[in-house]
Design a protein around this ligand. Structure first.
Ligand code: ADP
Ligand code: MG
Length: 394
């Protein structure tokens, strides 16, 4: 790993540091509903403030598509950050306009400015050099702690850092790169990956990448049904992506050739629909009644997965095993989460929904690393170079 880190920035006292953070958090009724990503940035922000820097913070939030969308303003995020960091946070209502320029030019040591949602400006997502140039006038040093955005070649993570001599990854980004590099290049073996979630198409790239590296791949969630259906199993009304049959057959063949154990569910919890009061049945996977859909892995599958996990030295988990948001279909995800947290393996989890599940179960402490970047961590584990990381390498 050759990431430039905060240790190489020199003394930031008196510097104005542009920190690209990932404050892309869920909002409900105008307030931050989950502040996990804000808390994850605190170590970097505190370290820079303790060393008397002034901070210009910037993030995207949601998908405003280059226009001002009032519901996606960052002010509520600024309020939450201010509570957590116990300092004033001055949220401005524009990105590179007069208000932002005026505030940033007068920012003193220990002060924090928060720019408006970067994606209100269409030039963010096009990696526009003129936009990067305007942003660059706000600071003399650049720090990127937004691992969740590192796979996107956007202005604030690529064109902007290119303009700074003094640039580095923050502590969160550094930890993500260290942990995921270990999984990519030198995992302790056996290395077992557990994949789930809604769509196999979201995760085909990482499936191929993982087959090159893991000893076992355990597949649950809706994506398992595409594997089963491609093999001729009648899975009732379970979610299936028929246009991916060829891809999953190829993945299975690759796993065979590599001697990778690929486990699919043996039993599932099925119901007519994903609702709290739907009548459920636990059935063998070949015996899902026609009008029902598989909404969770069953208890035998949990046991089987847990047996494989018990021997692992490294475990990666991405994607829930079922519709865990609804209690009747959460047992599979809960069981697998407990099985992972209970091993002595080095355990890493990623994916927004998987992390939400881990927090619901109160199992955060059972994991060595909870990755803040869903798409970014998957692309990293696929072995792809991330543009936002490359620009920070020595
Ligand atoms: P992550 O955010 O952890 O990467 P995904 O976004 O890929 O996970 O998938 C999470 C979603 O998959 C959840 O909303 C969950 O309800 C859904 N899901 C999991 N299993 C099933 C299933 N069998 N049928 C329908 N949806 C499922
Ligand atoms: Mg998700």
């Amino acid at each position: 790993m050759s990431l430039r880190t905060l240790d190489e920035l020199g003394d930031p006292a008196g510097a104005r540091v542009f920190v690209r953070v990932d404050f892309n958090v869920p909002l409900e009724h105008g307030e931050v509903a989950d502040d996990f990503r804000i808390r994850a940035a605190l170590p970097t922000l505190r370290e820079l403030l303790d060393r008397d820097a002034a901070l210009v913070l910037a993030s995207h939030l949601g998908r405003p598509k280059g226009e001002v969308v009032d519901e996606l303003r960052l002010a509520p995020v600024g309020d939450r950050l201010s509570e957590l960091i116990e300092r004033d946070v001055q949220a401005v209502s524009d990105v590179v306009g007069e208000e932002a320029t005026a505030l940033c030019s007068h920012l003193g040591s220990g002060e924090i400015a928060l720019l408006e949602n970067l994606r209100f400006d269409p030039r963010e997502e096009t990696n526009d050099p003129a936009f990067a140039q305007e942003l660059s006038t706000f600071a003399d040093t650049y720090v990127d702690d937004a691992f969740g955005a590192a796979h996107r070649a956007h202005a604030s993570v690529v064109a902007l850092p290119e303009r700074f001599e003094r640039r580095a990854g923050g502590r969160l980004l550094q930890r993500e790169v260290e942990v995921l590099s270990k999984l990519l290049h030198e995992p302790d073996e056996p290395y077992v990956a557990v994949l789930g979630g809604a769509k196999v198409s979201d995760k085909l790239g990482v499936i191929d990448g993982l087959i090159e590296r893991v000893d076992a791949l355990l597949i649950g969630g809706a994506m398992a049904f595409t594997f089963l259906a491609a093999d001729g199993v009648d899975v009732g009304r379970s979610l299936v992506e028929e246009d991916r049959f060829e891809d999953v057959r190829r993945a299975r063949k690759l796993a065979d050739e590599r001697g990778v154990v690929l486990l699919l569910p043996e039993d599932v919890v099925a119901a007519p629909e994903a609702s709290l009061d739907a009548k459920r049945e636990t059935v063998r996977v070949e015996a899902i009644p026609r009008p029902l859909m598989g909404l969770d892995i069953g208890p035998r599958t949990v046991e089987e997965f847990a047996r494989t996990l018990a021997d692992a030295k490294t475990i990666l988990w991405n994607g829930p095993m079922g519709v865990f948001e609804l209690e009747p279909f959460s047992a599979g995800t809960r069981g697998v989460a407990h099985a992972i947290a209970g091993t002595g393996a080095f355990t890493v989890a990623g994916g927004g929904d998987s992390l939400a599940a881990i927090r619901t179960f109160g199992l955060e402490d059972g994991f060595d690393h909870l990755s803040t970047g869903g798409g970014a961590s998957l692309e990293f584990l696929e072995g792809k170079a991330l543009p936002g990381i490359e620009v920070l390498e020595r």
